[in-house]
Structure formats: C-alpha cells, structure tokens
Design a protein around this ligand. Structure first.
Ligand SMILES: *[C@@H]1O[C@H](CO)[C@@H](O)[C@H](O)[C@H]1NC(C)=O
Ligand SMILES: *[C@@H]1O[C@H](CO)[C@@H](O)[C@H](O)[C@H]1NC(C)=O
Ligand SMILES: *[C@@H]1O[C@H](CO)[C@@H](O)[C@H](O)[C@H]1NC(C)=O
Ligand SMILES: *[C@@H]1O[C@H](CO)[C@@H](O)[C@H](O)[C@H]1NC(C)=O
Ligand SMILES: *[C@@H]1O[C@H](CO)[C@@H](O)[C@H](O)[C@H]1NC(C)=O
Length: 620
C-alpha cells in the first residue's frame, strides 16, 4: 500500500484521526473480552448496501449431463426477486493427437454443450457465456472467472458436477446481510462461505474432521471448492498475491499440508494450493455450515473428469424445504462462532488485554501445568518475533501472553489468535489507580517494567508459576517454558538473556505484593543517566535489586549451561544441541545476521511473507 505524502499540513489531522480511531477501537473492545473473541479492530467496514450484485460463475468443460443437472438446480432455486446473473465458462478441449474421428467427437460435444447453454433460459438476471479458444484448465478457469468490479459484488463459483439446494441463495443472501453488511458482525478476516459439507482436515493428512452437533455455523480456514462464495476484497488481494508469487517463481509449499502433496503431483493443474497458502499467510477464514445427517446446500456428484478418474457419486444429501426449515438456521453473532485453523484446532482471535480486569480470563485460558510465560516483544524485530512464534507452534507451546506497545503489529498478532497485552493501554489503566508518573527519559522503560510487575503479581495471585523473558531466544523443547527446574529458592534470575522465573508459592507472592510497584517505580527513577537506563534498565536487574532490598534469597543461573549460543557455535557441530533448552545470540547481532545464523541452524522457519513455512498439528 502506498504511504500518503506526509506534508506537515495533512499529517497532523491524519494523526489525530488515527489516534481517535484507535481510542474508539480499544474502548469498544473490553465488553467482548469475556467471550475471549472480538472483532472491534476493523478499519474497513463496508457501507450498508443490501442491494448487492450476485454473480453465479459456472465452470464447465465436457460433461453435458452434469452441466444440465447443475444449471437446472440453479434455476429451481428461490431468488426472491433479487437480481442474479449467470456466467458460464466453457473450457476448450485439449489438442488431440488421435486423428480426426476423436477431434470430430470433441467438436460435437463442445457444440452440444454450447447448444444446451444457448437454449437454457435464465430468468433471474443476465446470462453470459465465455467459450475458451484453447484449454485453460481448472486453475485458470477459477482464477480468471472473476475480478470484482466493486465491494458490493459477490461471486458464487460452481463446478459443473455440483447440484444446489433450492434454498442455497436464501441462505447466502442472509449470510451476506449478516456477516458482510451488518457492521457488528463484519470481519475483514472472512473471505467467503462454502456450501459443501465440511469433511476433511488438510493439516492432519486429510483426516475426517470432528465437529459437535450443536454447531450450525463456524469459521474454518480451508477453502471449499464445491460451492464457494467469494467476498470481493480478499479475492482481489489473492489475485495480486498470486501474481507476485507466481511471477517470482515462488511455490505454494506449506509443509504438513496434504494439499502440498497434491501440488507436487499436479502442479498448475489445480489452484487450491495457491489459495490455501495465501489464506495461511494472511490468517483468513471461511464460513461453513454443519447441517447434520450428511446434509448440505451444495453436493458434488464427483463425476469422472479432471478431479476424478471415475465417478464417485454424491458426497452428501441436499437439503430442501421438505427436509429442512431454513428459519431454524440462526445467523448468530460473529462473537459466538468458533474459529478453526488448518489443523481444525480452535483459535481465539482478538484477545487484547487492556487492563487488569481483562487479564484474569486470558491467564486462565492460556496456562499449562499452572505455568505462564510473559514474552516481551520490545527491542526485537518483527521477523524474529514471527519466527519465534512459529517455533511455539511447532513445539505446541501455548502457555504464553505477548507484551508490547500499541501497534498494528500487535493487533495483527492478536487477530491471528495470539493473546497480547497492550502495554500502553494497560499502563494507563494502572497509572490512574497508583498515581505513577515518569519523566520522558524514563517513560518507555517505566511502562514496560510497571506492566511486567503488575502482570506477574496477578499471575502469582492466581497461583501460577511465572516466566518473564524477552523474545530474543528460541525454545528448543516443548517443556522449555514449563516448571522444570529443581530450585532451592522461589526466584530464578538469569542475566544472559534476561530470564526471570518465579515459582508459585505463598512466600513469593508475599514478597511480590508488598509495595512492589512503588519500589519498582523508585528503582526505575533511580537510573540517572541515559547510559544506565540502557545497560541496567531491565526487568531482571530491577527484580534483583528488589529482592536484595527485601533480603529475599534467589537462585542465579547461567543460562549458557543449558542454552546454545548461536553467535558462537558452528551449525555443523550437531552434538552441541543435545539436551539444550534454548538457542540465543548476542545482543550486538543485527536482524539480518541473526536470520542468516538461524537459517544455518535450520531454525528460520518463516517464508518470504514472514508466515510459518509449516502447519504443525498436535493431538488435541
Ligand atoms: C436495486 O437494484 C435494482 C435492480 O438493479 C434497481 O432497480 C434498484 O433501483 C436498486 N435499488 C437501490 C436502492 O439501489
Ligand atoms: C458429429 O456430428 C455430425 C453432425 O451431427 C455427425 O454427422 C457426425 O457423425 C458426428 N461425428 C462424430 C465423430 O460423432
Ligand atoms: C447486526 O448484528 C447484531 C449482532 O448479531 C444484531 O444484534 C443486530 O440485530 C444486527 N442488525 C441487523 C440490522 O440485523
Ligand atoms: C555468545 O557468543 C558470542 C560470540 O562468540 C560472544 O561474544 C558472547 O559473549 C556469547 N554470549 C554468552 C552469553 O556467552
Ligand atoms: C563446520 O563448518 C565450518 C565452516 O562453516 C568449517 O570451517 C568447519 O571445519 C566445519 N566443522 C566440522 C567439524 O565439519
């Protein structure tokens, strides 16, 4: 996106506008926090405009009977006076080497398909036919089927072996009204809706999904190619993303996904691996129905063709007025729907902690073995942090909360399901009660330390073991951040990479609750020079001072005993990794150098979009 030119004159109002919208978004948020899901951070709500344009895009090739069943089912559906246009894309046969007889047969088949489509009457809007001059294949048929002409135009893509329920449009219209045009249920993360019966989990070798019977509507990242409604903006974004990746020779590989195997076999014959890779990189979702008893608004007859060598028969049962009362299908508020990733693991987007009140629910929801990790995002580059979070995903580390100042990066992390604490807002919420003030030179450090002191206190009150670390380390094992040290004392301090661990105990809590905020504020203020703020101004030093003042005992560890210093080691010294809990690097290294080192150690696990290069599912 292009940056607007920032002359001072237009910069100031823009800045005010941005700050106001930020305040609005954040102040709107906390009421939803109990459900741990919320979508208030939405900069681009579409204007209400229920008179949207609806395009049915039928992709066909050489199956006349299928096409006829498909078009007939479309024309029998209820459109309730809404204008619906029909666009039919007829692919051309491939050049045939087997002589004139076969060519004549194919020509005849094409002619009969064209005759059928010409004779087919469509009374709900315009009908248009695109007859290709050479074979395009499924990928181009899908990708070239649509370029949205406005944000109020929707495409419903139908391959010719599908059959639609007469209720399908009523359902899609009500879905568009509710999840696109109703501002309080809109999310820019939703790219459309699939009408097929949801069945498989691509991150788990394509295994069957398990979903409970009470769920009627849910969000799932996977695209469904048997009746897919596409929303205009994400589709445009995808087309541009596809262009930039395809043109540069990048491949849509995503380790751990069954669809990557399909791509390796079929290459550019199919389009879904590209779309899946894009959706994974952006963290977007699709709406699905769960109508029970193997029913759906769209079924595939899986006729022999590009996808199937021989006919496999219908995958589900169609619903119609006799078997299904569409009024019973509730369009619940978006906040009450569940979100699932490519592993069909539930994710909770939008957990942003702004004040002490919000904290408790989030801590309860993330703790594991009564242990919580607070991970500080400051001073570390975005790419290093995204790489670290992919390590968390691989190792199934989920008992963390991220702390960082208000930024679009922090919002993006929350949107993708990472629990975050906005330290700016959080600080403001406790500053008032505790009348804390820092001068300008101490403000940044002061905020970070005060918020850490506060969240640690809450965690200890809830009886959790508590870690506080910066994000310039990488855990090497799933239990790196569990309570696995044999400690003589409640406190463990490691100065090499600023690690603090506090054991859940009455004695630790007693030390921590007693005036700790005042003491922390005083010790931040006691750092007189810029230099001392930079070198001594960190949480572990201040905790050490605090414990000394209170004459409390603590363990001091040398993290290098159980960690790998990648600034120092050679990647080929493989034995060095055995039994180590963390990898770290020296603070002088720049991001590019760190990335290079991590690549050598096979610890750089993000792609050029800074999104994880694998989907790793864990047993739930
Ligand atoms: C809605 O669309 C119909 C058909 O295109 C048109 O006649 C009507 O004026 C539109 N109404 C509004 C409010 O835009
Ligand atoms: C193609 O159609 C023409 C005209 O209907 C017919 O004469 C011819 O036999 C057909 N050819 C094949 C190979 O089916
Ligand atoms: C929009 O959605 C909210 C939340 O689900 C609901 O309460 C409200 O009635 C909806 N508004 C309209 C106009 O349907
Ligand atoms: C890690 O290695 C670098 C490079 O050899 C060295 O400068 C640094 O002191 C080491 N860090 C620790 C904590 O040992
Ligand atoms: C490891 O690689 C470095 C160069 O990166 C090389 O100098 C060194 O000899 C290698 N060590 C072993 C044990 O292979």
């Amino acid at each position: 996106m292009a940056q607007p030119k920032k002359t001072l004159k237009n910069f100031i109002p823009l800045f005010i506008l941005l700050s106001l919208s930020v305040i609005f978004l954040f102040s709107y948020h906390p009421t939803n926090l109990n459900s741990t899901k919320s979508f208030s951070f939405n900069p681009n709500t579409p204007q209400t405009h229920q008179n949207f344009t609806f395009l049915v895009k039928v992709l066909t090739f050489n199956r006349l009977e299928s096409l006829s069943r498909c078009l007939n089912s479309l024309s029998k559906a209820h459109y309730d006076n809404h204008v619906v246009h029909l666009h039919v894309y007829i692919d051309h046969f491939q050049d045939s080497p087997n002589g004139y007889v076969e060519i004549d047969q194919k020509l005849n088949l094409s002619k009969s398909i064209l005759d059928f489509v010409d004779g087919f009457s469509w009374k709900y809007g315009e009908k248009s036919v695109h007859y290709r001059a050479s074979n395009a294949g499924l990928q181009a048929q899908w990708l070239e089927a649509w370029w949205p002409s406005s944000d109020d135009e929707f495409a419903f893509v139908v391959e010719d072996d599908l059959e639609l329920s007469p209720l399908y449009f009523r359902f899609l219209k009500s879905l568009i009204d509710n999840y696109y045009y109703n501002e309080s249920n809109f999310s820019p993360m939703i790219y459309g809706a699939s009408l097929q019966r949801p069945r498989f989990v691509p991150g788990k070798h394509g295994n069957k999904m398990q979903i409970d019977d009470r769920t009627q509507l849910f969000l799932y990242q996977l695209v469904g190619t048997w009746g897919q409604l596409l929303f205009p903006r994400p589709w445009k974004e995808f087309r541009i993303w596809y262009d930039t990746h395809k043109a540069k020779g990048l491949k849509p590989f995503l380790d751990g996904m069954v669809t990557t195997g399909w791509y390796k076999k079929m290459g550019e014959k199919i389009w879904t691996p590209w779309f899946i890779k894009f959706i994974h990189a952006r963290g977007y979702f699709n709406i699905y129905t769960n109508l029970l008893h193997e029913r759906a608004f769209s079924v595939s007859h899986r006729d022999a063709g590009v996808n199937y060598g021989k006919s496999a028969g219908p995958d589900s049962y169609l619903v119609d007025e006799k078997s299904f009362d569409i009024n019973l299908l509730k369009m619940q508020s978006l906040h009450s729907l569940k979100w699932y990733d490519f592993c069909f693991k539930e994710v909770s987007p939008g957990r942003i902690v702004l004040s002490a009140d919000d904290l408790v629910t989030v801590l309860h929801s993330v703790q594991k073995s009564r242990t919580i990790l607070f991970l500080n995002l400051q001073q570390v580059s975005e790419s290093i942090i995204r790489n670290l979070l992919c390590h968390f995903e691989r190792l199934n580390i989920q008992n963390y909360v991220l702390l960082g100042p208000q930024s679009s990066f922090l919002l993006d992390l929350a949107r993708r399901g990472h629990p975050v604490i906005d330290t700016d807002q959080f600080f403001d919420s406790i500053r008032l009660q505790n009348s804390i003030n820092f001068d300008e030179s101490h403000e940044k450090l002061g905020k970070e330390i005060v918020v850490k002191a506060h969240v640690v206190r809450k965690s200890l009150e809830l009886k959790y073991n508590t870690w506080v670390v910066d994000s310039d380390v990488i855990p090497l094992s799933s239990d790196s951040f569990l309570h696995s040290y044999d400690l003589a004392h409640d406190f463990l301090l490691g100065k090499n990479f600023k690690l603090v661990f506090i054991r859940n105990s009455a004695s630790a809590l007693k030390i921590w609750v007693d005036n700790v905020l005042d003491k922390v504020v005083a010790s931040v203020a006691s750092l007189k020079t810029r230099g001392s703020i930079a070198t001594e101004g960190n949480f572990v030093n201040l905790v050490e001072k605090l414990l000394e003042q209170k004459k409390a005992t603590f363990n001091r560890v040398d993290e290098t005993d159980f960690s790998l210093n990648i600034s120092f080691m050679d990647a080929n010294e493989t034995s060095s990794r055995n039994g180590k809990k963390f990898a770290f690097w020296s603070p002088e290294m720049g991001s590019e150098q760190i990335q290079k080192r991590l690549e050598e150690f096979a610890m750089w696990v993000v792609d050029s979009d800074l999104s994880c290069n694998a989907v790793v599912c864990h047993p739930s």
